[in-house]
Design a protein around this ligand. Structure first.
Ligand SMILES: [Zn+2]
Length: 107
């Protein structure tokens, strides 16, 4: 991945059961290697970069996009669907590896 943001969420690793804190990289918000936790405004940080994901104009909107994390114990890749509601990181759910990790949608 190039520019991304990170999203922290407690999950159990599907491969080894490790948990709870995982960090998932995703193209959500103003992409500047920021780390977000539940409830934080994904467009709310001061950022000089013009790169946004998954597309411009989503500030304050509700949408989902894929994120990729790595288990700190067994190194397994773990995919997640990250949900943003009204511009804030709301929830995250582990999913099978997507065919196209750039797909996203409105909620
Ligand atoms: Zn693991």
């Amino acid at each position: 991945m190039g520019l991304f943001n990170e999203f922290e969420w407690p999950v159990a690793c599907p491969a080894c059961g490790e948990g709870p804190e995982f960090v998932f990289q995703a193209y959500i918000g103003l992409l500047d290697f920021e780390t977000f936790r539940k409830g934080e405004d994904v467009y709310g940080r001061a950022c000089l970069r013009k790169v946004v994901g998954p597309e411009p104009g989503l500030k304050g909107q509700s949408f989902w996009a894929y994120g990729l994390g790595r288990c700190p114990r067994c190194d397994a890749n773990v995919w997640a669907r990250i949900e943003v509601r009204q511009g804030r990181f709301d929830r995250l759910e582990v999913v099978p590896e997507p065919e196209n990790s750039y797909v996203w949608g409105y909620l």
